[in-house]
Design a protein around this ligand. Structure first.
Ligand code: PGA
Length: 257
């Protein structure tokens, strides 16, 4: 079976502080990805998407946002609808990142956003992951519950457009304990696949791309991507530095050989 190209997503969160710097970083990344097979996506602050897309919408680099509204349009101050992201040239949206769930986003809102993203033909990157790895292994049912709720009402035929990012919360950010070991990420990816095949048919479940996120860097990329069920990475801090992000992409390319 041919090895599938990896999906490498850079989540810039609320960075950088200026559009000028964002443009500089994108120019470097764009140059570095002209020949890659991996799919590379940047999710900058939403207001930067259009200026960063510039004139050329083609090429290896796609853009997305870090959140969308849980409503299609209307009187919802401060929100950006899925269809608006699509209209300005975005193709992806992160949904249910733990930093948003921490501000009160519920599983029900995550589900509404997933359905709206699919309707707008955006690829939803649904973030799931536990806060702690308890000894009894309750984190498995925690993740199962997040997935079941996020995918409620999703048609099996649309599953191939769905991406799930497993991001254990304790592994995210500079104060974290660092990335989860690749074999334990793979164990969770297999579990997620099993949960999906209970909800949908096996072929549809197999079509979902499962990413890992949480302290990804060039040192742990190769080992993570060697695992069979890890289809790519969601990269936070390390995506803000173009050299580091390109190093991750180059390693991902190596995993295709
Ligand atoms: P990190 O963030 O790579 O900085 O740990 C990952 C994320 O929050 O998506």
């Amino acid at each position: 079976m041919p090895v599938k190209p990896k999906l490498i997503v850079g989540n810039w969160k609320c960075n950088p502080t200026s559009l000028k710097e964002a443009k500089k970083t994108i120019a470097r990344i764009r140059k570095g990805v002209t020949r890659v097979k991996s799919e590379v996506v940047i999710t900058p602050p939403a207001i930067f998407v259009k200026p960063l897309l510039g004139e050329s919408r083609s090429g290896k680099l796609s853009f997305g946002v870090q959140n969308i509204a849980s409503v299609p349009f209307g009187a919802h101050t401060g929100e950006i609808a899925a269809s608006m992201v699509k209209e300005v040239g975005g193709h992806f949206t992160i949904i249910g990142h733990s930093e948003r769930r921490a501000t009160g986003e519920t599983d029900e809102e995550v589900n509404k956003k997933v359905l709206l993203a699919l309707e707008a033909k955006l690829t939803p990157i649904i973030c799931v992951g536990e806060g702690v790895r308890d000894e009894e292994g309750k984190y498995f049912s925690f993740v199962q519950n997040q997935i079941e709720k996020a995918l409620k009402g999703v048609a099996g035929k649309d599953l191939r457009y769905v991406t799930i990012a497993y991001e254990p919360i304790w592994a995210i950010g500079s104060k974290s304990k660092g990335a989860l070991s690749p074999s334990l990420v793979e164990e969770m990816a297999i579990f997620i696949r099993r949960v999906l095949s209970q909800l949908f048919d096996t072929k549809q479940a197999a079509s979902v791309r499962i990413l890992y996120g949480g302290s990804v860097n060039p040192d742990n990329t190769a080992a993570l991507l060697e695992e069979k069920n890890i289809g790519g990475l969601l990269v936070g801090r390390a995506s803000l530095n173009p050299d580091t992000f390109l190093a991750i992409i180059q390693i991902a390319e190596g995993s295709l050989k």
